[in-house]
Ligand binder design. Structure first.
Ligand SMILES: Cc1ncc(COP(=O)(O)O)c(C=O)c1O
Length: 339
């Protein structure tokens, strides 16, 4: 039985669910991990996660299908990305099988928090790894904690498929050869101030340009960018300082294989927005959020509309969300059942 929650009006906010998974790494190995009801962590004051940002995280969702079964969307990709984040920050990898088993255990233990089919709400899983244990120097931690908790969520940007407007930031979230491609807390700490500036000016979030030349779009807040051209191209930026979005790579595939678009990863110059008839932000939390307009200096560029979603964006959304909820046939390996 699902909890008695107003599923239609859920936002993206912390809610304490019943169980979380926690595993510990010490002396070169992870233990088996276990479920716990305790939503606090007791860690050493010298933990590297607290002082030197030695931590990384992931985000993925569980979806309730029409037949009552539960889907995870491409959890192996989250596991692989987390392994890359761990390599970048000298942390021990969590093997893919272990990661997926932990995701399944958390979803099963918190099944009542997963919305019924048809509400649009999902269960958001937040895996993370932190460096802990006695330490003071700038070096890798002696111990690590891997944890996954979950929260029921609606849509991240208020308004669902309603377009949002974004402000191009003067700040960078990551350095050219820094940690932008890893999902590590430092990138998000760097984004708090520019994000606040954008929101206090009534934008949904900010757009980051490439940190080297400040001429090309990289990220839309905590989502990737895509644009649709009049001649049926789906274009999304490529850069070593962008977080490789699993949603973005899924859309690149669907745009080509299901919609017959020319799907391209390449440069998106901020002064060449005219080429796009539609644009969007994509990510696990954002799903697909149409971009109404972008403010860049004194120019405000409107794509399709500030109030309506464009037709290609809508088709991509229907295809992606249909696959996630099990209504549309998924490419092989994209869905992992929680059983
Ligand atoms: C900076 C950033 N870009 C893009 C994304 C979208 O990635 P994904 O589609 O894997 O959720 C996220 C969210 O994880 C993010 O934090």
């Amino acid at each position: 039985m699902a909890k008695d929650i107003d599923w239609q009006n859920l936002g993206f906010a912390y809610i304490k669910t019943d169980y979380r998974f926690i595993a510990r790494w010490k002396d070169g190995a992870w233990d088996n991990g276990e479920l716990t009801t305790d939503n606090t962590l007791h860690i050493n004051e010298g933990s590297t996660a607290l002082h030197y940002g030695q931590q990384c995280f992931e985000g993925l969702k569980a979806y309730r299908c029409k037949d009552g079964s539960i889907n995870l969307f491409r959890p192996d990709e989250n596991a692989k990305r987390m392994q890359k984040s761990c390599d970048r920050l000298l942390m021990p990898q969590v093997p893919t099988d272990f990661f997926i088993r932990a995701c399944k255990e958390v979803v099963k233990a918190n099944e009542e928090w997963l919305a019924p089919y048809g509400t649009g709400a999902t269960l958001y899983l937040r895996p993370f790894i932190i460096g802990v244990g006695e330490n003071i120097g700038i070096k890798t931690a002696p111990e690590f904690i891997f944890c996954i908790f979950c929260i029921p969520v609606g849509s991240y940007f208020k308004g669902g498929l309603a377009p949002s407007n974004f402000l191009v930031s003067e700040y960078d979230r990551a350095a050219p050869a820094g940690t932008g491609a890893a999902k590590v807390g430092g990138n998000y700490a760097a984004s708090l101030y520019p994000g606040k500036l954008a929101k206090s000016n009534n934008f949904a979030d900010c757009i980051y340009l490439d940190p080297k030349t400040h001429t090309k779009i990289e990220e839309v807040g905590s989502a990737n960018f895509f644009g649709i051209t009049a001649d049926n191209k789906f274009i999304t930026p490529y850069s070593p300082s962008i977080l490789p979005s699993i949603t973005k790579y899924s859309l690149l595939y669907l745009a080509k294989e299901r919609l017959g678009l020319d799907a391209i990863e390449g440069d998106v110059y901020i002064d060449k927005l005219d080429q796009f008839t539609e644009a969007g932000a994509c990510g696990t939390a954002a799903v697909i959020t149409p971009i109404g307009g972008i403010q860049y200096g004194n120019d405000f560029h409107v794509f399709y509309s500030e109030t309506e979603v464009g037709p290609v964006t809508k088709r991509l959304y229907d295809e992606l969300v249909g696959i996630q909820f099990g209504d549309v046939e998924a490419p092989e390996g994209w869905i992992v059942k929680v059983d």
